[in-house]
Design a protein around this ligand. Structure first.
Ligand code: ADP
Length: 219
């Protein structure tokens, strides 16, 4: 049961790579960005609270995102699976839609987009102590600033994310520099940081990440 943080600036490819790694190594993929977008899409009270914050490109409050992670860690393995994963598991076990899913042991988790402030790092440590989990590695996907800007603009042309506009993108990158980059130093001093070159193609970065994950998960 490993806990691995995938770290990177907006546009570094965290979401894409975390999805590929979760599939390959059978990990639970926890993305705070996705969780928050789901809350907004469902119009929950929390979604209503964070909608404008996200649309401005500001970071959502630490207590809110840590609350979402805590809730996800509290739920059983099967509740952590999204619908698509559940379908795959049902097929693999030959189960019908109403049969109960078999419980698996505590899964390994890949965290995508979390923690994003030093305060969140400290809150996560406290949470892990309570849940008897420990942080195994922080993998940073490193991409030069110009390439990040190029990628986010490219994505903005095809995405329907309301925070992918010119002004908001700039602000998201400012938020990253001011509040999220310090997270790297936080983990560097504790010797848990692994940096991976993410400047190339998706498949190149994925090959590098798979090598790191292979090592981490079999240790
Ligand atoms: P990206 O990294 O591409 O900007 P994400 O999907 O990770 O996108 O996040 C989208 C938005 O959700 C962020 O701009 C922020 O408003 C909010 N968010 C996601 N994760 C966090 C977090 N850990 N702390 C605070 N805000 C968050």
């Amino acid at each position: 049961m490993k806990n691995i943080i995938l770290f990177g600036a907006p546009g570094a490819g965290k979401g894409t790579q975390a999805t590929l790694l979760a599939e390959k190594f059978d990990l639970i993929h926890l993305s705070t960005g996705e969780m928050l977008r789901n809350e907004v899409a469902q119009g929950t009270p929390l979604g209503l609270r964070v909608k404008d914050i996200m649309n401005r490109g500001d970071l959502v409050g630490d207590d809110i995102v840590v609350g979402l992670i805590a809730k996800a860690l509290d739920s059983g393995r099967n509740e952590l699976l999204d619908e698509w994963d559940q379908l795959r598991l049902r097929r693999a076990c030959g189960l019908g839609p109403d049969d109960p899913l078999p419980e698996k042991p505590q899964p390994s988790i890949i965290y995508d987009g979390f923690p994003r402030t030093v305060q969140q790092c400290q809150m996560l440590e406290f949470l892990f102590q309570k849940k008897q989990r420990k942080l195994d590695a922080v993998i940073s996907i490193d991409v030069p600033q110009e390439e990040l800007v190029r990628r986010i603009h490219e994505r903005a042309m095809v995405s329907n994310r309301s925070d992918d506009t010119e002004e908001v993108i700039r602000h998201r990158l400012e938020e990253y520099e001011a509040k999220t980059r310090p997270v790297l130093d936080y983990y560097k001093v504790s010797g848990r940081l692994i940096s991976v070159d993410g400047s190339g193609e998706i498949s190149e970065t994925n090959t590098r990440l798979c090598q790191v994950l292979q090592y981490m998960l079999t240790r």
